[in-house]
Write a protein that binds this ligand. Structure first.
Ligand SMILES: [Zn+2]
Length: 394
C-alpha cells in the first residue's frame, strides 16, 4: 500500500510538472513573437483599425529628379491617410522599396518610409515584395533596417524558410491574455539578388511549399492551444487563383472595386490558397503587386482583396490610397474593408452593403498613357528611359 501511495504521489507530481512545462512551452511559443515589445491589443471599446499600405516603391530612380520627388509624394500619401483614419496598426504589403538600383542604403529609405508613422508613434508590420531586393541589397538587410524601429513588428520567424517575412502575430483583447485573432504574413519572394546569403540570381515568385507546410504545422499547434481563431493573411504577389477570379469577376455580383490591371500571379501554385481554406478560420487575404487592381471578391468563404497602390514609385497613375480594415472584436468573422484615397474619398467598399455593378475591366487608358510617357521619356534621353522602365514594373 505504502509503495502504491508513493508511486501515486510521484505520478501526480510528474503529471503536474508535465502540464506546467508543456503549458509553459506552448504559451512561450505564442508569446515569443512579442517578447521584446507590447502585444497588439484591441482597444477597450473592442475596435482595432488596420490600414494597409502597398507598393510604396521608395528609392526608385534615385539619380533622377522625379525619383526622390516621388518619395516625397508617397510620404504625403501615408501622412494624409493616417491623419484621416487614425489606425491602430499599419501593414505594408510589399514593394516598400524599388531596391534594384540601391546600394546598401536600405536604412535611409526605410527611415523615410516610416517617418510619417514614427512621428505619430504608429506601429506597423511588413511583408516584402519582389522589388524589396536588389543586386546590392537583400531582404535581410531591409529587415535589419526596419527592426531598428521599435514600432516595427516585422520579423523572420524561421530562418530556414525561403523568404524572410514569414511570421504571425497573435492579437489580444484589451484586458486578457488569450489571443482572439492571428495575423499571418508570408513572403512571396521574387526579385533578383547576387548576394550569397539569400541565393543568387532570380528568386522564385511564390510562397514556397516549405512555408505552406510551416503554416499548416503552426496553425495546427495554435488551434490545439487556442481553438479555431479567426485570422487575416497578408502577402505581396497574388496567388494563381486570382487569375480565374478576375476572369469571371464581371459576372460575379459579390465582387467590388477597381479592376484596371492584369493579374500577374505567383509563378507556381504551391498550395497556399488550399492550405488557407483547409485551415479554417481565415477570414481575409490582402495582397498588392498589380497596381491597377483594388478589387475584393470571395474565394470559397474567404475574402480576397487587393490593396491600393499607395506610393508614387512604381508603374501607374491610379489615385493612390490604402485599404482600411476596421475590426470589431465581437464580429471577427464579419470582416469589412474599404479604400481610403489620398484625395479623401472612400471607395471600393467590401462586402457590398447594397447591390451594385460588378467590377468592369476599364479601357486600358492607363496603359496607353503609360506607353506615351515612355515614348516621351525615351526622347529625352537614354538614361532617363532606363529608369522609366524600372518604374513600369510591378
Ligand atoms: Zn509594386
Amino acid at each position: 500500500m505504502q509503495c502504491l501511495k508513493v508511486t501515486g504521489n510521484i505520478v501526480y507530481i510528474l503529471t503536474v510538472l508535465i502540464v506546467q512545462l508543456t503549458g509553459f512551452a506552448t504559451s512561450y511559443s505564442i508569446s515569443r513573437v512579442q517578447s521584446d515589445k507590447p502585444v497588439i491589443r484591441f482597444n477597450a471599446d473592442g475596435t482595432l483599425k488596420i490600414v494597409n499600405f502597398s507598393d510604396l516603391h521608395y528609392g526608385e530612380a534615385p539619380h533622377t529628379d522625379w525619383g526622390p520627388a516621388a518619395d516625397v509624394k508617397s510620404a504625403n500619401v501615408t501622412k494624409n491617410i493616417l491623419e484621416m483614419e487614425h489606425p491602430d496598426f499599419v501593414i505594408f504589403t510589399g514593394d516598400l522599396l524599388t531596391a534594384e538600383e540601391m546600394f546598401p542604403n536600405a536604412t535611409d529609405y526605410m527611415a523615410k518610409l516610416v517617418a510619417p508613422l514614427v512621428d505619430k508613434n504608429y506601429r506597423w508590420a511588413s511583408t516584402y515584395g519582389n522589388h524589396d531586393i536588389g543586386e546590392n541589397m537583400t531582404r535581410l538587410e531591409l529587415l535589419a533596417a526596419e527592426q531598428k524601429f521599435e514600432q516595427s513588428y516585422t520579423y523572420q520567424m524561421n530562418a530556414s524558410l525561403p523568404g524572410v517575412t514569414n511570421y504571425y502575430l497573435p492579437i489580444y483583447p484589451a484586458n486578457t491574455d488569450e489571443p482572439v485573432m492571428i495575423w499571418w504574413f508570408f513572403d512571396s519572394q521574387g526579385g533578383r539578388t547576387d548576394d550569397g546569403t539569400t541565393g543568387k540570381g532570380q528568386q522564385p515568385e511564390h510562397i514556397d511549399p516549405a512555408v505552406v507546410a510551416w503554416f499548416k504545422d503552426e496553425q495546427t499547434t495554435l488551434k490545439k492551444q487556442w481553438g479555431q481563431l479567426p485570422s487575416l493573411v497578408f502577402f505581396h504577389i497574388p496567388p494563381v487563383e486570382f487569375v480565374s477570379i478576375q476572369e469571371h469577376i464581371e459576372n460575379n455580383p459579390l465582387c467590388a472595386g477597381l479592376m484596371d490591371d492584369d493579374v500577374t500571379p505567383q509563378d507556381n501554385n504551391t498550395g497556399i490558397m488550399q492550405a488557407l481554406w483547409e485551415a479554417g478560420g481565415v477570414q481575409a487575404i490582402f495582397v498588392g503587386h498589380n497596381h491597377g487592381n483594388s478589387w475584393c471578391c470571395f474565394y470559397e468563404q474567404i475574402q480576397v482583396c487587393y490593396n491600393r497602390h499607395t506610393g508614387y514609385g512604381g508603374y501607374g497613375s491610379w489615385t493612390r490610397g490604402g485599404r482600411v480594415v476596421p475590426l470589431q472584436i465581437d464580429s471577427l468573422t464579419e470582416i469589412s474593408s474599404y479604400i481610403r484615397q489620398e484625395d479623401g474619398q472612400i471607395v471600393d467598399k467590401f462586402p457590398k452593403t447594397s447591390p451594385s455593378n460588378s467590377p468592369k475591366m476599364y479601357q486600358r487608358n492607363q496603359f496607353i498613357k503609360n506607353a506615351t510617357a515612355i515614348m516621351l521619356v525615351s526622347m529625352i534621353g537614354e538614361r532617363l528611359f532606363n529608369y522609366s522602365r524600372f518604374s513600369y514594373m510591378n
